[in-house]
Design a protein around this ligand. Sequence first.
Ligand SMILES: NCCC[C@H](NC(=O)CCC(=O)O)C(=O)O
Length: 446
Amino acid sequence: MVKHAVEVNFDGLVGPTHNYAGLSWGNVASKSNVNAVSNPREAALQGLAKMKRLADRGYVQGILPPHERPHIPSLKALGFSGTDAQVLEQVATTSPSILAAASSASSMWTANAATVSPSADTTDHRVHFTPANLSAKFHRSIEHTVTGRSLKSIFADEGYFAHHPALPSVSHFGDEGAANHTRLCSHYGEPGVELFVYGQEAFNEQAPAPQKYPARQTLEASQAIARLHGLKDHNVVFAQQNPAAIDAGVFHNDVIAVGNGNTLFYHSMAFLNEEQVLADIHARLTGAELEAVRVSDADVPLEDAVASYLFNSQLLNTPDGMLLAVPGECREVASVSKYLDKLLDAGGPITAVEVFDVKQSMRNGGGPACLRLRVVLNDDELQAMHRGVLLTDALYERLTTWVETHYRSELTRGDLADPMLLDEVRKALDELTGILGLGSIYDFQM
Ligand SMILES: NCCC[C@H](NC(=O)CCC(=O)O)C(=O)O
């Protein structure tokens, strides 16, 4: 029997050390804003405002907590020693880039937190979670342990939820989570098609691969996730991302495509073999016809797609069609703004466009879709999860006050070595796990 299910969006709350360190080679925005002064308070409030607007429209909105940064255990693992203040001083003096990496607030981009398969797709009918190893970048590779703890704390009931450890943290199994995973379906509670998009084959040197920038996701990683989650072959499609797109700055597939329900909104340069991808989805999707909304390079040149993050929008069901929640930058790039007007006149599945200001995150290459992890839950699963992380008016007010109390409005790379910052972060996060009712998830709490 098909159960009623909803899509819950879990946004990453931006952490107090949000900064611009230029850590992500291949991510154009991260590189071009290196050393800009960040505003962590504004970043967190922009994120909360997005969550609130969507919650107000009736979407179930969840929150994933930020991580402890700078992360002293990661620095100690690299041989920096002594008290916390001594560790910070040593690393700031000898290896400021390592300090920046260990201080990144990158866990905010929860589209990279994990891959999630809804219970309608899995053989044991549980919701399956695998935190992404994010092995392509050191600053992100240190996220999966705490991500796993958060997810286990929120989805604790083993009768409903299954948790896997991250894949082996090596480039052969590089995994970036839901940013390269899209689920298409007729209704959320029906079995869907899980589309895994990879950048490169790890064990086949002859296969096409990008030349300039790294492919962060491998086919072998995607296949491992599908096996672990117990997905059936006829529910899965593996597709290679166009290497030329990666070389143009499309470091995750969610920079060039987004899907929801029966609709796939994508750029003509997204896939290496576009026709095959569409045919594979079409052959597997049951109960609905695939609606492929293709954007040509003539309408939106690839570089405008990357600059505006048009495809890093959230595509959400509404009572009459779908809403595309776009970043503000989409109205600043002429070709994209013009395209959006045309899209609304076209009479297709996307019937509304709304602009969201997430500029602080955008400057590091994270748009509205990067900031959320989608978890499809049926009514029983929604009751079984820890509901203290679901946004209500009261929680929004409380978190806004929490941010205003604990966050700085200006942060530079030089500030990361300040032992006071570490104290501020820990104090804030300790309070946050209390507010959200998560128990102890951080190393400093153990
Ligand atoms: N899904 C969006 C992820 C963006 C993220 N940016 C960063 O980590 C930049 C951080 C910095 O450069 O300070 C990344 O590239 O993985």
